[in-house]
Design a protein around this ligand. Structure first.
Ligand code: ADP
Ligand code: MG
Length: 273
């Protein structure tokens, strides 16, 4: 039997159980006295799409930022591809203790994650191609010629093969966001995190970005997407998670959008639909 590349790339332990791409257990986050996340559990399987819904201020961005180690946990733990992030266990005087990882180890863990924000944050003085080449060259030390080929391929993947030498100001918001997606993909992440990637776009530009995300999902990319685009959630998500007040109020398959059981989720849907 031959194994497909995608299957081979997935971490399967001896027992045959698939290791979650992301597993959050009892995650808490406080900013000073503001308790933002109050025990969030979430499991994201490799190759699946999780859409997180929830009102503004419910802690969605904070949760994504914790996964990507842009914030540190107040409590609980997060595993990415089976590896605890931010910490490792060490034996000290016969006791198992947690030690924070050094910057290098954190950077290595963060390379597995690609993140796309509401604001595209492209370098304005660089072309689309140069924006996508930047991290492979300066973070990974890739040769320019190789990075150039990679960047062209990633820009073609998001439908921008004809815009390589355009500067951000010469691109529409939707095109800029697609460059931002290509830039994240160029680091070959195993998981992509999207934080309201279409919220800053004019309505007519939303579809092209959602289309790129949908094709990524079809290619088998593991994705966690915070969005208010209910149609995308319904059609693309394998798992829908509704957060409110720093907790997961309801989660399930995309069918929970049509049949919400929690009153707060029902109210939220009534507002956004
Ligand atoms: P969402 O993305 O669901 O709108 P956020 O995760 O951005 O929610 O924010 C949740 C709460 O945490 C909000 O009250 C927000 O003001 C607060 N918050 C987020 N980041 C910080 C921070 N760095 N310092 C203090 N408060 C923060
Ligand atoms: Mg947010």
């Amino acid at each position: 039997m031959t194994m497909k590349q995608t299957d081979a790339a997935r971490p399967v332990p001896a027992g045959g159980t698939v290791i979650p791409a992301v597993r959050a257990v009892g995650v808490h986050k406080a900013f000073g006295s503001l308790h933002v996340l109050k025990g969030v559990d979430m499991t994201v399987m490799p190759g699946s799409v999780t859409v997180i819904l929830g009102p503004s201020g419910s802690g969605k961005s904070t949760f994504l930022r914790l996964i990507n180690q842009l914030e540190t946990l107040t409590g609980g733990r997060i595993e990415v591809n089976g590896e605890m992030i931010g910490y490792r266990y060490v034996e000290r005087r016969g006791r198992r203790m947690l030690q924070t990882l050094d910057d290098r180890a954190v950077a290595a863990q963060r390379e597995k994650l690609g993140m796309v924000f509401q604001r595209f944050n492209l370098f304005p003085h660089m072309t689309a191609l140069e924006n996508v080449m930047e991290a492979p060259v300066h973070v990974q030390g890739m040769r320019r010629a190789e990075a150039r080929q990679l960047a062209i391929a990633e820009l073609e993947r998001v439908g921008l093969g004809g815009r390589l030498d355009h500067y951000p100001a010469q691109l529409s918001g939707g095109q800029q966001q697609r460059v931002a997606i290509a830039r994240a993909l160029a680091m070959k992440p195993s998981i992509m995190l999207f934080d309201e990637p279409t919220s800053a776009l004019d309505p007519e530009l939303v579809g092209e970005v959602l289309g790129v995300m949908r094709s990524l999902a079809d290619e088998g990319m593991t994705m966690i997407v915070v969005t208010h685009e209910i149609g995308f959630a319904r059609e693309v998500a394998d798992q829908v998670v509704f957060m409110d007040g720093g907790v997961v109020v309801e989660q399930g398959g995309p069918e929970i959008i049509a049949h919400p059981s929690a009153p707060r989720f029902r109210e939220f849907l009534a507002h956004v639909l």
